[in-house]
Write a protein that binds this ligand. Structure first.
Ligand SMILES: Nc1nc2c(c(=O)[nH]1)N[C@H]1C(S)=C(S)[C@@H](COP(=O)(O)OP(=O)(O)OC[C@H]3O[C@@H](n4cnc5c(=O)[nH]c(N)nc54)[C@H](O)[C@@H]3O)O[C@H]1N2
Ligand SMILES: Nc1nc2c(c(=O)[nH]1)N[C@H]1C(S)=C(S)[C@@H](COP(=O)(O)OP(=O)(O)OC[C@H]3O[C@@H](n4cnc5c(=O)[nH]c(N)nc54)[C@H](O)[C@@H]3O)O[C@H]1N2
Ligand SMILES: [Mo]
Length: 814
């Protein structure tokens, strides 16, 4: 029995690489609502976690018509039975009494309950009016998520591309893993993770690049920790300005100044190359651009890097040696790179490191351009992020024709004359008034987008017809013209794909509350009411339920890197998830991509013709073809430039933002799970002892954090963050506080700015100042003591979950 709030990772099950196939022991984690025993459970329904991208497989416990708990699935390749705290406790939000049960429509300054007929009628009337009037499709914007299911996205993608014909569609995946997609496309030709989680079992070195894995993919961290505790443990490097749990565990922690990743990786590459720690044969046979890479990285000797990043020369040299001498290196890259300065260029340099060392496509040698949200991979695959479905290239006319044939529409209907409109640009169009209908599904931009004062202004514009499809009356839904109540995980059927390409099925366990409807049904209903047709006058959308949507998607994926053709709902039932590509020739799925060093860069196949890494400019097809990649990967290189906003006299600190282990995003789910919410109930700010002293702050003091955009009031946690940088978690919006208080959300402070290539917003670097508002008066910051915010002050009481958080972890020996 364990309190998994007090100990998010549970008991260790050490293992080593051994001689043959190493096996991570099974440990089955279970949590049932207090007062419920296993004997009380009527049935267990198969699913996987929807609260991160790890894909932890689980069964949902149902009693009567209610979810009462969860249990990890021992048979699954991803988690071998383990669950993290959000997996264990987060489902309770489903049962929350404030779920939306009926549609709402605006009546003056109020939202009033109505029926589906009225709500959808309003959406369809406005849509028809706009589509048939001047400007047509240009007035539509769709902003979706990384938290719906594959079937939902594919349907939405077809509606947007072939029904309405608008390029203005994106997901919050733009905020999340747009850089993963961009870096994978730029280096390897298409999206798709080269590696596998099983590389953790085999590796002899682990590198974490801006990834607080212990808190954000706690089950993957359990796997890493179990390797670290077993025989022949992997060496470990962490690059993060904060002292995360992984940083404390690592052999080497480089606490770089936020925003300087590219300088660091350039410098590390230089050392690796200069010391001859690269694989000449692999470079010659399988890559393009080595000479240019050498020219660029040569400008980053350790002393220059030390100055830019503010880490000691000897640490840079030691890191290069660790990376350069490993035989099986596994890397994971996440938001500390993707949401920071020069995101795509820095992420590409990690790909380069693996390419020059030939560390790709074999056991233990893998790079993971990690995902964040549970279904972000599917948003990208199906084109709900604006790309063309099936990882097709919008600039390749043959790819457009393939889709036109599949959907039986004219190729010209499908938007492909320019790159898809990215989320920040969609909001810009709404601000300027050209987008007049914005349909937001499963995301809460009024808390999660940067520079919130501006975002609120845009969403509240009376001329903007705002449709919000959600489970709760979120900060965004409050501004809507129509609110559509959705069913969610456990209440609807569908599939989704984790960060290492593992596809899971999530079955319907219970009925949704009230009149709430599955997202797929809402999109299908819209398509029916809009009467979208193909070129022969038949219905554009021919599927009617999740399984037929999945079958339609399989055809779309045929022959593409994300080929799902040999996966079926039946094959996903009962056993483990399956990794794509999965074809008749390869029916058990594919553990690793690029095992033969052949990449997806052929111009007929690739998802992109390339972009300039400095400006984001799209390169012409002819220029790409002239490079004759012939299956070789690209080694891209770029010089370091400082972030667009750096500290000044007025704002002397660097502000960075992110997450804690107990909360998910804007807390619509974890804020309604008592064990999770109580562990981190209110916003805080992490400050180093040095900066705290300078400003005259101590643990628990109330401080004002200000940037040129806004203010947050938060209690101070003095902890192991690097001096000069402060951290504010972005989870805390306004739905659970009353009054007009607007000084709580981290995004009041962040900047409107994005990476030129991936267009991912810069949530990790802004300039800020800190002032004291009030004394702690005996109180402490509401920050957890577990995780990166572990307090310097030993008096702070440990974060615990108490009796209501007791769960079980059953280790199975075999
Ligand atoms: N508990 C929990 N888990 C989650 C989520 C959640 O909300 N809560 N969300 C899921 C989602 S959608 C995502 S995208 C992932 C995100 O997972 P992570 O990327 O691991 O989480 P973040 O906290 O956003 O950022 C990671 C680290 O980047 C560091 N960092 C900040 N600036 C820089 C920099 O300039 N350089 C470097 N090298 N590091 C920097 C921060 O100190 C932080 O520790 O987590 C997923 N899992
Ligand atoms: N400052 C700062 N800002 C950030 C980040 C950061 O690190 N720092 N990280 C960014 C990242 S990586 C991400 S992913 C975003 C996340 O930002 P958001 O997507 O805005 O965050 P969530 O709170 O997950 O919002 C998801 C919404 O979908 C609803 N929902 C959940 N399940 C379903 C469903 O099945 N159907 C429907 N219709 N609705 C559902 C939830 O109730 C919730 O309102 O935030 C980004 N913003
Ligand atoms: Mo994310």
């Amino acid at each position: 029995m364990a309190d998994r709030i007090a100990d998010p990772w549970g008991p260790r099950t050490p293992y080593g690489p051994g001689n043959g196939e190493p096996s991570w022991p099974v440990r089955v984690d279970t949590f049932l609502e207090p007062g419920v025993d296993e004997a009380d459970v009527d049935r267990w329904t198969q699913s996987a976690s929807l609260l991160h991208s790890n894909g932890d497989a689980m069964d949902i416990a149902v009693r009567g018509d209610r979810i009462v708990g969860v249990r990890g699935r021992a048979v699954d390749r991803v988690n071998h039975g383990r669950l993290d705290p959000k997996d264990l406790y987060g489902w309770q939000a489903n049962n929350s009494p404030d779920r939306l049960r009926r549609p709402l429509v605006r009546d003056g300054d109020r939202l009033v309950e109505t029926d589906w007929e009225t709500a959808m009628g309003r959406v369809v009337n406005r849509s028809r009016e706009l589509l048939d009037g001047p400007g047509g499709w240009g007035h539509f914007g769709f902003y979706t998520s990384g938290q719906l299911f594959l079937e939902d996205y594919y349907t939405l993608g077809v509606i947007g591309k072939a029904g309405i014909g608008t390029p203005h569609m994106d997901g919050n995946t733009r905020l999340c893993t747009a850089t993963a997609a961009s870096a994978l496309k730029a280096s390897f030709g298409t999206d798709g993770q080269p590696g596998s989680y099983r590389d953790v079992d085999h590796c002899d070195a682990l590198a974490l690049w801006g990834h607080n894995v212990a808190e954000t993919q706690a089950v993957l961290w359990m796997r890493m920790l179990d390797r670290r505790r077993g025989p022949n443990p992997p060496a470990m490097l962490v690059v993060d300005p904060r002292e995360t749990p992984a940083a404390r565990e690592a052999d080497l922690h480089l606490p770089v100044r936020a925003g300087t990743n590219l300088a660091l990786v350039n410098g590390l590459l230089r050392e690796v190359i200069r010391n001859g720690w690269y694989d000449k044969e692999y470079v010659t046979a399988h890559t393009l651009g080595f000479d240019e890479l050498c020219r660029v990285v040569d400008r980053y000797p350790p002393d220059r890097v030390a100055e830019i990043c503010d880490v000691p020369v000897r640490q840079i040299e030691a890191a290069a040696e660790l990376l350069g001498t490993a035989e099986r290196l596994f890397s994971s890259v996440l938001q500390g790179f993707y949401q920071s300065n020069q995101a795509t260029a820095a992420a590409c340099q990690v790909n380069n490191l693996h390419l020059v060392r030939g560390m790709i496509g074999r056991p233990g040698a893998g790079v993971c351009q990690m995902n964040g949200q549970p279904t972000a991979q599917n948003t990208r695959e199906t084109g709900a992020d604006g790309d063309l479905p099936g990882l097709r290239n919008w600039a390749n006319p043959e790819h457009v024709r393939q889709l036109a044939r599949l959907w039986n529409v004219e190729p010209d209907v499908i938007p492909h004359w320019a790159p898809p409109t990215h989320a920040m640009q969609i909001f810009r169009y709404a601000e300027q008034g050209s987008i007049k209908l914005l349909w937001v599904s499963a995301t809460n931009p009024a808390v999660s987008l940067p520079d919130l004062a501006r975002i609120r202004r845009i969403l509240a514009k009376p001329e903007l017809f705002l449709v919000v499809q959600d489970l709760f009356l979120t900060e965004t839904a409050e501004l809507a013209d129509v609110v559509l109540p959705a069913a969610t995980w456990g209440e609807k059927l569908g599939t989704f794909t984790n960060a290492d390409r593992t596809v899971h099925l999530s079955e319907k366990a219970v009925e949704p509350p009230g009149e709430a409807r599955a997202d797929l049904d809402i999109f299908l209903d819209y398509a029916r009411r809009m009467d979208f047709r193909d070129r022969d006058g038949g219905p554009l959308i021919t599927w009617t339920d999740p399984e037929s949507a999945f079958e339609a998607w399989k055809e779309c994926s045929r022959g593409r890197p994300c080929d799902y053709t040999a996966i079926s709902y039946d094959r996903l039932r009962g056993g483990s998830g399956i990794q794509w590509p999965c074809t008749e020739a390869n029916p058990d799925g594919t553990e690793r991509l690029y095992i033969d060093g052949q990449f997806n860069t052929d111009p007929e196949y690739s998802e992109t013709y390339g972009q300039d890494l400095g400006t984001g400019a799209e390169l012409p097809a002819a220029e790409y073809r002239a490079k004759q990649p012939g299956g070789r990967a690209f080694l891209h290189a770029l010089d370091y430039e400082p972030s667009p906003e750096v500290p000044s006299e007025e704002y002397p600190l660097l502000l960075t933002t992110g997450r804690t282990v107990y909360q998910f995003h804007t807390r619509t789910k974890t804020g309604r799970a008592p064990q999770l919410n109580n562990a981190a109930p209110e916003v805080w700010v992490e400050v180093s002892a040095e900066d705290a002293k300078r400003v005259g702050l101590a643990e628990g003091d109330l401080a004002r954090v200000e940037s040129a955009r806004g203010t947050v009031r938060a209690r101070v946690r003095v902890c192991g963050i690097r001096p000069g940088v402060v951290f504010v978690p972005f989870h805390y919006g306004y739905w659970d506080v009353s009054g007009p208080q607007r000084e709580r959300a981290a995004n009041e402070l962040t900047i409107t700015g994005w990476d030129p290539v991936s267009k991912q917003p810069l949530f990790k670097v802004a300039a800020a100042r800190l002032t004291k508002v009030a004394d702690a008066a005996g109180s402490f910051a509401p920050a957890p003591t577990v995780g990166a915010g572990a307090p310097a002050d030993p008096e702070v009481p440990a974060t615990v979950g108490g009796p209501d958080a007791v769960s079980s972890a059953e280790i199975r020996e075999d």
